[in-house]
Design a protein around this ligand. Structure first.
Ligand SMILES: *[C@@H]1O[C@H](CO)[C@@H](O)[C@H](O)[C@H]1NC(C)=O
Ligand SMILES: *[C@@H]1O[C@H](CO)[C@@H](O)[C@H](O)[C@H]1NC(C)=O
Ligand SMILES: *[C@@H]1O[C@H](CO)[C@@H](O)[C@H](O)[C@H]1NC(C)=O
Length: 362
């Protein structure tokens, strides 16, 4: 029953893409545009007045030459995805000069730590780029910068329709909004079911706005089981299991999101919506950590309980590949690697298509 797998030029190229992020042939998509929060921020918050920053040691300890503003020890999900697509890491929009903005056609990153689907989310800890502001910056990109690199409107639209658009946002609408009644009124105004509905309606409008600017291929994340993060475990003084009340809150959103993405995929002509099953995949890793090569659910770095982030300049754990979490809320590079790899090539992390299949869709 032995089967042979001839290595065609294509799959050889894919292997090169996969392991080295490059190949002699062209990238699998012309660009990667990233919207979201600290899970994928590549440095935008370095330029904002906020305490949600990660541009200090030990953040970036596995990202030579060091801290960039990424909220993890190394690469984010978006970085791995860029590598697999054969593209450079999407640079933070706020860090680019006018000339760089005009020259960059391989994608940009608008994500911002503490940002949410709702404008007020995260405002108690400073300024951020809420999702609708990120879309305004993308609009600026499409209207002011990209046209300089394309001869015709049609060429620009072709390019946008083949590019990949990642939207990874929503956990702050709970962690830095609904679950913080001292700073935000949302939990007085809305029941959990109503609040999930508000978020789904709002992100739907945002996705339509991105579509109207030319995007066709979307990857949209659902929200991770925030009740399993070290931050929430320590608030509740528990050392095992998860805070299931918090998980149930985000599950309401996740149910609505799945249904909404299916609707959008049929109503927006030419669009494809892939959902990143971040909740189920993360939950599986947390419940079966040894199976995935992890040994600890505790943060790798020493964490300031009031921010859930690493204390500056304190040496983190030695073996960072065995920790699911880097600080008290953010996944380690190793977690990002596992999820990105599965989403790119596997069948359960990203559905109904993986990203390789999404790039091949006409
Ligand atoms: C930054 O935010 C803090 C706290 O909200 C505020 O006191 C300060 O004036 C702000 N700084 C600037 C330069 O806007
Ligand atoms: C957790 O423990 C701390 C200190 O022991 C205590 O002040 C706090 O009220 C506890 N929180 C809960 C939710 O039990
Ligand atoms: C923890 O973070 C808070 C908020 O930024 C800060 O005021 C406090 O000084 C930090 N604690 C320590 C021990 O650094």
């Amino acid at each position: 029953m032995a089967k042979t797998f001839p290595i065609s030029l294509l799959s050889f190229c894919l292997l090169l893409h996969f392991f080295f992020g490059k190949c002699l042939s062209s990238p699998l998509a012309p660009a990667l545009y990233v919207f979201g929060d600290s899970l994928v921020d590549s440095g935008n918050n370095d330029f904002l007045n906020t305490s949600a920053k990660a541009n200090y040691n030990p953040y970036g300890i596995d990202f030579p030459p060091g801290p960039t503003g990424r909220f993890t020890n190394g690469k984010t999900f978006a970085d791995f995805l860029a590598k697999y697509l054969g593209l450079p890491f999407a640079p933070p929009f706020l860090g680019l000069s006018e000339d760089q903005k005009s020259e960059t056609i391989t994608g940009m990153n608008y994500a911002s730590g503490s940002a949410g689907i709702l404008r007020e989310t995260g405002s108690a800890i400073g300024t951020n780029l809420a999702l609708e502001i990120q879309i305004e910056l993308f609009q600026e990109t499409v209207k002011n910068y990209l046209p300089k690199k394309f001869k015709t409107k049609n060429e620009l639209l072709q390019y946008l329709s083949k590019s990949i658009f990642v939207v990874d946002i929503g956990s702050n609408d709970y962690l830095n909004n609904y679950l913080q009644p001292a700073h935000y009124t949302s939990s007085q105004l809305y029941s959990p079911v109503q609040f999930a509905g508000v978020l789904v309606k709002k992100i739907k409008e945002s996705l339509q706005d991105i579509y109207n600017l030319g995007a066709r291929k979307f990857l949209v994340f659902n929200i991770a089981p925030i009740g399993c993060t070290p931050a929430l475990l320590s608030v509740e003084n528990i050392t095992s299991g998860c805070v299931e009340d918090a998980n149930q809150l985000v599950s309401l959103y996740n149910e609505g999101l799945t249904e909404m993405l299916q609707d959008l995929g049929t109503s927006l002509q030419g669009s494809t919506f892939v959902q990143a099953e971040f909740y189920a995949s993360s939950y599986d890793v947390i419940q079966n950590l040894y199976k995935y090569g992890f040994t600890s659910r505790s943060p790798c770095c020493s964490v300031n309980a009031s921010t859930a982030q690493c204390y500056p300049d304190v040496q983190p754990c030695q073996d960072r590949t065995t920790h699911i979490y880097w600080d008290a809320v953010h996944p380690s590079q190793q977690s990002n690697f596992l999820f990105a790899t599965g989403c790119f090539l596997g069948s359960s992390q990203c559905t109904p298509l993986n990203i390789l299949q999404l790039t091949q869709k006409q």
